[in-house]
Design a protein around this ligand. Structure first.
Ligand SMILES: *[C@@H]1O[C@H](CO)[C@@H](O)[C@H](O)[C@H]1NC(C)=O
Ligand SMILES: *[C@@H]1O[C@H](CO)[C@@H](O)[C@H](O)[C@H]1NC(C)=O
Length: 183
């Protein structure tokens, strides 16, 4: 009696685990005969890699014709991070930023961010006096910000464009992580 109960419980646990893990397996897709069939714009064994094509059209083999800014690879599913302020995660899906950069590609380096970052550093090193010394600079930063933000955006766009060209070995690593694409 007791043994039967344990056996039933065990079966329930195994089935529940199998169902949950199958659900987890396809992030943006459906499990069909033991493999994930991905929704539009998703690839990878678990359909966890979003494509970021900049055009609606695709090549015959399913690759993108061109990528959105900040993405690279034949399927535009590998992230491009700011060269100085960001490092891609191993799966190339996200960037890890160094302060004061923020944003998904670590390209948000607004003047106010930089000011806040260094002001905090100053306060840490020199105490409140450090922060006070820097306060007159706020006025300058506020005045200059609008003009400089525009220039900064242009600079970052240029950097990202350069990075796209230099991203060759990332594509190789990413190809190893991808299943062949069906028709
Ligand atoms: C897919 O097709 C494009 C354009 O025809 C080609 O440049 C690219 O190398 C092909 N990629 C793969 C993985 O077959
Ligand atoms: C980064 O900057 C863009 C454009 O200035 C803005 O739309 C976006 O919300 C910012 N992201 C973060 C995380 O602050």
């Amino acid at each position: 009696m007791c043994r039967a109960l344990v056996a039933i419980l065990l079966v329930v646990v195994i089935v529940a685990t199998a169902v949950t893990s199958n659900k987890l397996r396809c992030v943006h897709g459906e499990l069909e005969s033991d493999r994930c069939v991905c929704e539009d714009n998703y690839i990878g064994q678990r359909c966890n890699r979003q494509m970021h094509c900049s055009t609606f059209m695709r090549n015959f083999n399913g690759t993108c014709i061109a990528c959105e800014l900040g993405w690279t690879g034949p399927f535009c599913d590998s992230i491009v991070c700011h060269t100085e302020y960001g490092t891609p995660t191993k799966d190339l899906l996200m960037c890890e930023c160094i302060e004061p950069a923020i944003g998904s590609h670590c390209t948000n380096l607004t003047t106010s961010n930089i000011y806040l970052h260094y002001n905090r550093r100053m306060a840490e090193f020199w105490g409140p006096l450090g922060a006070i010394v820097i306060i007159p600079m706020i006025a300058c930063f506020v005045l200059c910000e609008r003009a400089s933000e525009k220039r900064q955006e242009k600079r970052i766009e240029r950097v990202m464009a350069d990075m796209k060209e230099a991203a060759g070995d990332q594509q190789v690593e990413q190809l190893l992580d991808r299943e062949p694409k069906g028709p």
